[in-house]
Design a protein around this ligand. Structure first.
Ligand SMILES: CC(C)(COP(=O)(O)OP(=O)(O)OC[C@H]1O[C@@H](n2cnc3c(N)ncnc32)[C@H](O)[C@@H]1OP(=O)(O)O)[C@@H](O)C(=O)NCCC(=O)NCCS
Length: 290
């Protein structure tokens, strides 16, 4: 079950309407177009005033009931402390999200050596790349409650997916500069690594520009270990090095000696469930039972 949200929308006259949903952006659009609820149809829903993520429908119903009983001043205090631009929504990325992904990634292509590309890929090219990746590997988008992209994480086959590398994958993560250091990278990687572990991938590799202290600290915090550094590997604004990082997604002690089963796609809806758990703060090991 995807994560549920309890929310309040501000109506045009200033009143607050309270509800719950498992698709916040679609529900907001429905309220704004007069298709949400009798109340917002009558009074006009202007904007999201507050939202909170909860694990399931029964938690949402309980929270909604409690909220409806709150005095107006307490609801207003919640709304005053809420910033829709920072409220995180996680979901599998679709090919149609190419422009959102490029809005984040393009910044690094143009302004940083974190990406070794010189030119931002075209939207059509990126649409094809998302479609190809998500056939076998997870591709996750983070956006805010205004529908603006905050970041993404995905994985690619390692070394062209040659037979013996079938259990290996290369992870990628990029956040909009203003969305860094808020815990969003942790949510995205917990979702990504849990999905890879459940699919049966054994090794997650990250290849970082060297130096990239933020990303090194981030990968270290996840238990990745630096396996080596190589100087003068790429030329972008001068010669750049790379460092190779590895995280074992399985317990080596659990090896039976038999050939491992090939990684397989997640069942329908499982990635959404994994992202719901990651959104609520669960670590990838707990989600994937490692
Ligand atoms: C690397 C990146 C994804 C980290 O995401 P983030 O949301 O900023 O990281 P989080 O807030 O979840 O931090 C998790 C942990 O990582 C470490 N960390 C992250 N950023 C750090 C920084 N700037 N300095 C020191 N430690 C940092 C810390 O241990 C942190 O835990 P803490 O907050 O309890 O101290 C983000 O900085 C980014 O997008 N960087 C640019 C793109 C890039 O280099 N991508 C990697 C290419 S593979």
């Amino acid at each position: 079950m995807p994560v549920c949200y309890v929310y309040m929308v501000r109506c045009e006259g200033g009143a607050l309407y309270t509800g719950w949903t498992n698709d916040l952006l679609r529900r907001l659009a429905a309220h704004q177009s007069g298709k949400g609820a009798k109340y917002t149809r009558a009074f006009g829903a202007a904007s999201l005033a507050w939202a909170e993520a909860v694990p399931d429908k029964s938690a949402a119903l309980r929270r909604e009931a409690a909220l409806k009983k709150l005095p107006k001043a307490e609801k207003e205090a919640l709304a005053a402390a809420f910033d829709p631009a920072r409220f995180v929504l996680l979901r599998p990325a679709k090919p149609a999200d190419a422009a959102k992904v490029l809005e984040v990634f393009g910044w690094y292509v143009k302004n940083s050596t974190a990406s070794f590309l010189y030119e931002v890929p075209s939207e059509a090219e990126h649409r094809r790349s998302i479609a190809a990746t998500r056939r076998v590997l997870p591709y996750i988008l983070a956006e805010n409650a205004l529908g603006q992209p905050l970041g993404y994480a995905c994985a690619h086959p390692w070394r062209y997916g040659r037979d013996a590398y079938a259990w290996d994958t290369e992870t990628t993560i990029y956040l909009a500069p203003a969305a860094r250091r808020l815990g969003l990278g942790t949510m995205l990687y917990n979702g990504l690594l849990a999905a890879l572990a459940e699919q049966g991938y054994r090794n997650a590799y990250a290849v970082l520009a060297d130096p990239n202290p933020e990303s090194e600290a981030f990968h270290t915090a996840f238990g990745f270990v630096c396996e080596g550094r190589q100087a003068r590997t790429g030329y972008k604004n001068g010669w750049q090095g790379v460092s190779y990082w590895l995280l074992d997604l399985a317990d080596p002690a659990a090896d039976s000696g038999e050939p491992p089963a090939a990684p397989s796609p997640l069942p329908a809806g499982r990635l959404e469930d994994i992202l719901a758990a990651a959104r609520l703060g669960a670590g990838w090991r707990a989600i994937a039972g490692r």
